[in-house]
Write a protein that binds this ligand. Structure first.
Ligand code: PLP
Length: 439
């Protein structure tokens, strides 16, 4: 009898005992192809010797020192690398231990920024209905996932939500990408005006939506229009790259592909690559200077901020990700994954949409392709796909979500970047079998 409160109490979880590359093995000797990198975490695959060596070396030097007393070479090195790879203007880094912590810190930074510059009346956060920003109270309130929020609603701080950029369901037949992006930007503009333009702190969005509906990129130009709206009202733009960042979509920062300069960016998951729990917020020069010239501190902090072993692991992960050819391989394997999924799933009338960027792909399941009607929630299709996939030696990340009252099931794929073309074929073959068995 387990003493752990597992995520799902009734599920019998196999015990994992070893992992190497894109494969992970349980105590019964069953091997699984890690088609989702856990939850888009294991970007370098399992058992990367260079990262393990970097961690060992740091542990031998110093495993922990509180950041109120010291900084470390590894934390400074990590920050330098991240700033060097980030879009222009993001010049400073705040280190945390994971994605929700990164989002919480970014929200508080945004609020404190306005206090520092003499606009303490600003108090509203706007995000999108199709979003997940973490499970702590502030991050959960920011996200728009109805199911995740439902029972905690009474204790969540008030936040506001606008429409997601969701081409498959929401772009109108008479609208091109530019008109669709403009309509959404106008909606944000109207929401800011309705709340009072001088009352809004920030707009928060994932450049490519992950956990809510599965790898949904925005239409070209959407984020530039959103940036214009934020600038018009002095509102900060926070981009949450916890899932889609760190090379997942084929560029180290997903927002690089959108050509926008956010004020704050959150990262986690792939930053530690699963070797250590770590996240970060990158902040603009303007936000940093407001703290520096104002109170001289960011009024926040957790015990494990800037943990040296986590920083050592992340610094090595980032160094590996920035080597020549790595992002090109992600883009190449991502295109192959998309094409293979399209051809292997073409026969299934239950596959509504296959989308994404790089090695970040989503498959939206529908009961009827023509009407896009989702499956009945009680069928728990996503859970069946997950079970069937595991039986075939595949880990994928299926989820059900509720968006604007519409419940849908999707499968998220986010394999390690070291995946080979043959392993992509294997992944797709096992997934296609699992979907057929589950539908
Ligand atoms: N933000 C996004 C976009 C995420 O996808 C997640 C997790 O899936 C989080 C934040 C929360 O990260 P964590 O689970 O590390 O707290």
């Amino acid at each position: 009898m387990t003493k752990i409160l597992h995520r799902t109490i009734k599920a019998e979880l196999p015990r994992v005992v070893s992992a190497q590359g894109v494969f992970i093995e349980d105590a019964n000797g069953r091997s699984y192809l890690d088609g989702s990198g856990g939850a888009a975490v294991s970007c370098l695959g399992h058992g990367n010797g260079e990262v393990l060596d970097a961690m060992r070396a740091q542990m031998d030097r110093v495993a922990y020192a509180h950041t109120s007393f010291f900084t470390t070479d590894v934390a400074e090195d990590l920050a330098e690398r991240l700033v060097g790879l980030a879009p222009d203007g993001l010049d400073f880094v705040y280190l945390v231990s994971g994605g929700s912590e990164a989002v919480e810190a970014a929200l508080k930074m945004a609020r404190q920024y306005f206090v520092e510059i003499g606009q303490p009346q600003r108090r509203h956060i706007i995000a999108r209905r199709q979003s997940y920003h973490g499970n702590t109270i502030g991050a959960l309130a920011t996200g728009g996932n109805v199911w995740r929020r439902a029972q905690f609603q009474p204790i969540l701080p008030e936040t506001y939500h606008v429409s997601p950029c969701y081409t498959y369901r929401d772009q109108r037949p008479d609208e091109d990408a530019a008109a669709y992006g403009q309509r959404l930007a106008d909606e944000l503009d109207a929401k800011i005006r309705a709340l009072g333009a001088d009352q809004v702190i920030a707009f928060v969005a994932e450049p490519v939506v992950g956990a809510t509906m599965g790898a949904v990129p925005a239409v070209p130009g959407y984020f530039r229009r959103i940036r214009e709206v934020c600038d018009r009202h002095g509102v900060l733009l926070i981009l949450d790259e916890v899932m889609c960042g760190m090379g997942r979509t084929g560029s180290i920062f997903a927002c690089a592909a959108e050509g926008v300069q956010p004020d704050l960016v959150t990262i986690a998951k792939g930053l530690g690559g699963g070797y250590q729990p770590i996240g970060a917020v990158l902040l603009s020069d303007a936000v940093y200077r407001a703290f520096e010239e104002g109170s001289g501190l960011f009024q926040h902090g957790h015990t494990y901020v800037g943990h040296p072993v986590a920083a050592a692991a992340a610094s090595k992960v980032v160094e590996i990700l920035s080597r020549p050819g790595v992002m090109e391989h992600v883009a190449l394997m991502g295109d192959k994954l998309q094409e293979s999924l399209e051809s292997a799933l073409a026969h299934s009338s239950f596959v509504g949409d296959i989308r994404g960027r790089g090695l970040f792909r989503g498959i939206e399941m529908v009961a009827d392709r023509a009407s896009k009607e989702p499956f009945e929630p009680k069928l728990r299709l996503h859970a069946r796909i997950k079970r069937e996939a595991m039986e075939r030696g595949l880990l994928c990340y299926p989820m059900g979500g509720t968006i604007d009252g519409v419940r849908g099931d999707h499968v998220l794929l986010a394999p390690p970047y070291v995946i080979s073309p043959e392993e992509v074929d294997q992944l797709v073959e096992r997934l296609a079998d699992a979907i057929d068995a589950a539908t």
